[in-house]
Write a protein that binds this ligand. Structure first.
Ligand code: ADP
Ligand code: MG
Length: 441
C-alpha cells in the first residue's frame, strides 16, 4: 500500500515541476489563457494517473487522491484549468464504468468546482500561512463531500456495512493524506512562484542598471553642448530680423525640451536620495498641491486635498516633491474635461500612504503592467520617463508605488512608505555619526 501511496503523491507533485520547466523559459507570461489550459491539462492527467494507479486497501478497496490535483488546477488556474481537468477526470472515470457511482462523482465534482471557484479570488490574495490554512480546510471539505458521495452509492447498493467495516482509523488516515498532499503541494507551488518572482525582480533591476549607466554617461555629455548652443542662439537673436527670431525661438523651445528630457534621465541615473531627513510630509504634500492648483485649474481640473496633520517619513524633500508632481501631472494629463483629482495622505499602521486619485481615462491591465518601463508613453509629447524616475525614487525611499486603474473610470496611484518615529530618527543619527567616525579612523 505504501508504494501505491507514494506513487500517488509523486503523481500529484509531478505537474508542478513540469509546469515549472515550461514556465522557466518565459517568466512573465504573455498568454495567460494558454497557461491556464496547460495547467488544466497537466493536472487533469495527474487526476487520471491517480485513478490508473490507485491505492489498494485490503483485498478489494481501491482509493486515490484524485481530488487534490483537481483542487489545485481550479485554485491556481481558474475555470479554464478546472474545465480541462474536470473533463479528463470524468472521461477516465466514465471509461472505468458508468452507472450510479459515475453520477455521484459528477455531482461531487460540480460541488467542489463551484465552491473552489467561489473562494478562489479571495484565496489568491491571502499570504502564505492563510493559504495553507485555507487549503487544509478546502481539502478536508472536499474529502467530506467525496465520502458523502461514496456513502450514497454504497447505501444505494445496500453495502454500507462494507464501508463501516473499514474502521475509523482508515478514514482518519485517508482525510489526513488528502490534507497533507494538498498542503504540501500548495507550499511547493508558493515557494516556486516566490523564486520565479525574485528572478524576475533581479532581471528587471539588472536591466535598469544598464540603462541608468548609459543614461548617466550620455545625458551628461549631451547636456553641456546643448547649453552652449542655446546661449549662442540667444546672442545671435539680437542681430536678427523678426522672421529669423521666430525661428530661433522655436529652436530654443526645442532645445529646452531636449534639456528637460535629459534632466529626467539624469534624475533616473542618480536616484540616490542625497538629503534623507525626517520630514512631515503632510506639510510637503499641502505645499505641492497648493503650488499645483493653478496648473490644474488651467486645465479645468479640480484638485482636492485630504491630509492628516502629522506624517513623518524619511525622505529627500526635493525628490519627494518630484514624485508627487509626476503623479499629479500624469493625472491632470489623463483627464480630458471637467476632471477631479484627490490627493490623500494618511497613516496606516507603520506606514504612511499617499494616494493620488483621478477620474481620467484610466488604463487597461496591460498598460498598468508597462508603467515605469523606459520610454513607455501614450502621449504625443510624452517622454515616458516620468514614472520610471518616480518608481526609482520611491524604491530608494524603501517604499512601494502601486497603481489601480480601470479604463474609462480613472486611476489610483498609491505610495506606501514606512512611518519614521522619533526613535528611528535618533537611531539613524547615531548610526550616521558612527559611520562618519569609522570613516575618520
Ligand atoms: P509621460 O507622462 O511622459 O507619458 P510617464 O512615465 O509619466 O510618461 O507615464 C507613462 C504613461 O503612463 C503615460 O503616457 C500614460 O499613458 C500612462 N499613465 C500614467 N499615469 C496615468 C494616469 N493617472 N491615468 C492614465 N494613464 C496614465
Ligand atoms: Mg508623466
Amino acid at each position: 500500500m505504501s508504494k501505491d501511496l507514494l506513487l500517488n503523491l509523486l503523481l500529484i507533485l509531478t505537474p508542478i515541476f513540469v509546469y515549472q520547466v515550461f514556465q522557466m523559459e518565459r517568466v512573465s507570461t504573455k498568454k495567460p489563457h494558454l497557461d491556464q489550459w496547460l495547467i488544466g491539462l497537466l493536472y487533469g492527467i495527474a487526476c487520471d494517473l491517480c485513478m490508473v494507479f490507485p491505492i489498494a486497501f485490503g483485498e478489494d478497496f481501491l482509493w486515490d487522491l484524485r481530488w487534490v490535483p483537481f483542487l489545485i488546477a481550479v485554485l491556481y488556474g481558474g475555470w479554464r484549468s478546472g474545465l480541462v481537468a474536470a473533463l479528463l477526470l470524468l472521461g477516465y472515470r466514465l471509461y472505468l464504468g458508468g452507472g450510479i457511482s459515475f453520477y455521484s462523482v459528477v455531482v461531487c465534482l460540480l460541488i467542489v468546482f463551484t465552491c473552489t471557484m467561489l473562494i478562489r479570488r479571495r484565496y489568491l490574495s491571502y499570504n502564505r500561512s492563510q493559504k495553507v490554512l485555507c487549503s487544509l480546510g478546502l481539502s478536508l471539505t472536499t474529502f467530506l463531500f467525496m465520502m458523502a458521495s461514496i456513502w450514497y452509492v454504497f447505501d444505494a447498493k445496500s453495502q454500507v456495512e462494507y464501508l463501516v467495516g473499514r474502521g475509523c482509523a482508515f478514514y482518519w488516515m485517508y482525510a489526513g493524506l488528502y490534507m497533507f498532499a494538498m498542503t504540501f503541494s500548495v507550499l511547493l507551488i508558493e515557494n516556486l512562484m516566490e523564486s520565479a518572482r525574485m528572478r524576475e525582480e533581479i532581471r528587471k533591476s539588472e536591466k535598469l542598471n544598464i540603462i541608468s549607466d548609459l543614461a548617466a554617461s550620455i545625458a551628461h555629455e549631451v547636456r553641456n553642448p546643448l547649453t552652449v548652443v542655446r546661449g549662442f542662439i540667444q546672442l545671435a537673436q539680437s542681430t536678427m530680423d523678426e522672421d529669423n527670431r521666430r525661428y530661433m525661438r522655436t529652436a530654443i523651445s526645442e532645445l529646452d525640451r531636449a534639456e528637460f528630457i535629459i534632466s529626467d534621465y539624469l534624475n533616473f541615473a542618480k536616484p540616490e536620495l542625497e538629503h534623507l531627513e525626517r520630514v512631515n510630509i503632510a506639510v510637503e504634500v499641502r505645499n505641492i498641491v497648493t503650488f499645483m492648483t493653478s496648473y490644474a485649474t488651467m486645465q479645468a481640473v479640480e484638485l482636492t486635498l485630504d491630509v492628516e496633520d502629522t506624517l513623518y517619513v524619511f525622505v529627500d524633500k526635493v525628490k519627494f516633491k518630484q514624485v508627487i508632481i509626476n503623479l499629479v501631472k500624469n493625472s491632470v494629463e489623463a483627464i480630458r474635461q471637467g476632471g477631479r483629482i484627490e490627493v490623500r495622505a494618511h497613516r496606516n499602521g507603520d506606514c504612511v500612504q499617499v494616494t493620488v486619485i483621478d477620474n481620467g481615462e484610466g488604463m487597461t491591465a496591460e498598460q498598468v503592467e508597462r508603467l515605469g518601463k523606459p520610454f513607455y508613453s501614450t502621449k504625443e509629447k510624452g517622454t515616458g520617463l516620468g514614472l520610471m524616475v518616480t518608481f526609482r525614487i520611491v524604491e530608494a525611499m524603501s517604499g512601494t508605488l502601486t497603481f489601480e486603474s480601470e479604463k474609462g473610470r480613472g486611476t489610483q496611484a498609491t505610495i506606501t512608505v514606512p512611518f519614521a518615529t522619533k526613535k528611528d530618527n535618533f537611531k539613524r543619527r547615531n548610526h550616521d555619526a558612527g559611520d562618519e567616525s569609522s570613516h575618520d579612523e
